[in-house]
Design a protein around this ligand. Structure first.
Ligand SMILES: [Zn+2]
Length: 70
């Protein structure tokens, strides 16, 4: 089952990025990449990572396509 993580759920209220992946690991990888590129976070602090993992949900959107930009 696909998973997703909304950037706004991790505290970036003005960001509408949604990381999607086949599993939690893929979502976290994409979220970390996005955090680095869009928010200048070169490393993810443990508390943010914890929050992010807790915020991961089953994807509500249309079937996920690998590499798709949201
Ligand atoms: Zn973001």
């Amino acid at each position: 089952m696909a998973k997703e993580l909304k950037c706004s759920d991790v505290g970036m209220k003005s960001c509408n990025f949604v990381a999607q992946g086949r599993d939690e690991k893929e979502v976290m990888t994409k979220a970390a990449e996005h955090a680095r590129n869009a928010h200048g976070m070169t490393t993810i602090p443990p508390d943010v990572e914890k929050k992010a993992r807790a915020a991961i949900r089953e994807a509500q959107l249309k079937p996920f396509t690998a590499g798709q930009k949201v």
